[in-house]
Design a protein. Structure first.
Lengths: 424, 424
């Protein structure tokens, strides 16, 4: 069993304050937090390190790393129809596995400890990657009614039965209806019924583009949150990705149904979707987490970039320099991220919580002078400062060295997949 | 004399295309670019590297690294009046030096080869840093009429006479009238007259905030570009930083006077100033370069972040995914950056141009798969991928190892300055 202490580290408290602390880890939990000198035989020296909860990527499609830089700077429908969908159609079981495995390397290297993934087919391969990497993953089968909708729904049920709670609870399973424009209400009702039988939660794209809203209004005379709400899909707990274009009545639905929002600033900027009204949602008490989206629309899985973008974009969007200060941006990526994934006792450095921790190396020039570590992490540092990454008390990276994954082999296998997909 | 070749490297051409090439360097210049095999005794292996022109930071205040994370998430006037100005008042000669020297480390580590600096007093210390570091710098004394305006103007004249063209031409000097709200028209006329006598160019903050525009309209009945234009200040070549709030008639002045714009997306977002209409300016043929601004309002000197922000912000600002594609964002940070600083034959990888080159290491997971290096650099990589940095043919960093600066000593001296300034 893990039994060690991170000594003399600057620690981000759930309040947003930073203080010197010793963090004791027993098994998968933070057992004790103390100040002052510490005596223990098994010590990680926290000197010049900043300890934060692990970052939570609340919306991604991990295996899409295979499509990174394959198609950029295109109009949305050209990008999807001419480039992305045709290559996705060729993806096989090994692509899902190696794409997700490279994503796992990238996430650990950037200080991410948990992620919400929606993709498919073969999501059992992503579950395998979660198991092997030591990360925490909330996985869902992407469901599109017109493309084998029934079969995919059955696959999501299987996924739940086989993997929910697996890998010592690090794997949880949600249902993944893709979006209102790919899943009409009758299909969503079926998804809701299957999810309800299992007590499963939902992960769905909502209100990403203006086109989506306009098409929904045309088809149903109502806005997406209104249409979906009537299907019963929001009754079991929902993670809604994007939420860029929201009416006030939709925000009321989000509040009433306690829907958690995954804000994806980088993807929404790059695809010119718009800006999620994160400041407004936060002021109304909505849980707004952060996500990268897939690597073909971001183009990386670097959560620290999303933290910075969320903090910067909120300010320029509201013309208020006080919007989303550093501590709140970090809260979105940690505490709110864990809540968005439906995880208990994750995302806070507190006694009794899961030991999901990142130690950031503060020795680089971009951390000087060291007046305010939280501000430095959000506004100055980059993700290569992630030195040590811990999940469930287990060390996945230390001194930038990966402990669970063979990076060289993964890049080689991943590259072979990419070559096969792009050369066909 | 430098005499070597970078062999078999992926190279960004001035057209924005990428091709395999051998880059021959003789003295301070690119003497030849070839394809195919190469024979030469002095070779830098370009395998797995991406060669781009060095990044140009077209607007910064280097010594403000000392104020990084000292005050963040405050309203603009609280930030300036209560925190920034009082600590700046305490700055002495050694602070200007060590602040700029840490900035030089940070810039080289991030792939920046040239910068436009406006600060003071003691800008001769920054000149010394440019000389010692091997970087290229266009320096100006920040001029504020009500704070020793005449004395500072005399200092800018001295700076020009002592350093313009120094360090083998790597140092150039501009005049630095701070802004319309700190330099009334009569003072700007004096600045224009002194600059004209010497043939010097101008570096000035323009149209950064709505407040600045409103105050200018109230004081002079005209907008900032209109007021400044009438002083004669724009006659010798001008680098205008920020340019967030522009009327169409001001854009006409920018075009007519061939004013180069330094767009600072990170600073403008963080301080909630607004968004520079970069897409519109570029479409009208204006030279729009990129800058970080000072490290207390950014909070780093990472130009690759500004490249990404410029590309992302343009798209979400115009709701057009085709705005500022990757190659154009890189052009803004290289070719247009050099033009903004008034540099000839800099910012392009072309025979006869200055050998200011960055080799980016493409082996990291965030560069996989390697479909499109330019897109990967702009949308996925981070600045720690800068492996080798060359200015005037001289290698300033290779394999992440600094060749001209002692980082450990610089951080120690810099930290001593920061401690003295913040503890007084």
């Amino acid at each position: 069993m893990n039994n060690y202490v991170i000594s003399g580290v600057k620690m981000l408290k759930p309040s947003g304050e930073v203080e010197a602390a010793n963090i004791f880890i027993s098994g998968d939990k933070i057992s004790k937090i103390t100040q002052g000198e510490v005596e223990c035989s098994n010590v990680i020296d926290g000197k010049n390190k900043f300890a934060t909860p692990g970052l939570v990527n609340a919306h991604t499609h991990a295996s899409m790393t295979l499509l990174r830089s394959y198609s950029d700077d295109k109009a949305l429908m050209d990008w999807l129809q001419k480039d992305i969908w045709p290559i996705e159609d060729k993806m096989q079981r090994q692509d899902i596995y190696w794409g997700a495995k490279l994503a796992a390397v990238e996430m650990i290297r950037g200080g991410t400890t948990a992620f919400a993934d929606m993709y498919g087919p073969c999501m059992d391969e992503v579950a395998k990657v979660v198991d092997e990497s030591g990360l925490r993953g909330s996985l869902s089968q992407g469901l599109i009614s017109f493309a084998n909708g029934e079969k995919k729904l059955a696959a999501n049920v299987e996924l739940y039965k086989n993997f929910h709670g697996a890998a010592d609870g690090r794997i949880t399973i949600m249902f993944g209806p893709h979006a209102i424009y790919t899943c009409p209400p009758d299909y969503l009702k079926k998804v809701a019924a299957e999810a309800q039988k299992l007590g499963a939660e939902i992960h769905m794209h909502m209100n990403e583009t203006q086109t989506e809203i306009n098409d929904c209004l045309k088809a149903y005379g109502k806005r997406p949150f209104e249409v979906v709400n009537e299907t019963g899909l929001f009754e079991q707990g929902t993670l809604a990705a994007h939420c860029v274009w929201l009416s006030d009545s939709e925000i009321e639905i989000i509040k009433a149904k306690k829907i958690r929002v995954a804000h994806n600033p980088g993807s929404n900027m790059k695809l010119a979707s718009g800006i999620c009204p994160a400041t407004k949602l936060l002021s109304k008490g909505v849980t707004v987490a952060l996500g990268t989206d897939g690597a073909s629309s971001n183009n990386n899985l670097d959560m620290l970039e999303e933290v910075r973008l969320a903090a910067l974009l909120a300010k320029v969007d509201t013309l208020n320099p006080l919007a989303v200060p550093a501590a709140q941006a970090l809260q979105m990526a940690t505490q709110f991220g864990a809540a968005a994934l439906g995880l208990q006792n994750v995302g806070r450095l507190e006694e009794g919580c899961k030991a999901d921790i990142v130690l950031w190396d503060m020795r680089g020039v971009d951390w000087q002078p060291n007046y305010n570590p939280a501000s430095l992490l959000v506004y100055s540092a980059n993700s290569t400062a992630a030195d040590t990454v811990i999940v469930d008390g287990k060390i996945l990276m230390q001194g930038r060295e990966l402990k669970t994954l063979d990076e060289e082999k993964i890049i080689a296998e991943f590259t072979a997949c990419a070559n096969r997909l792009s050369n066909n």
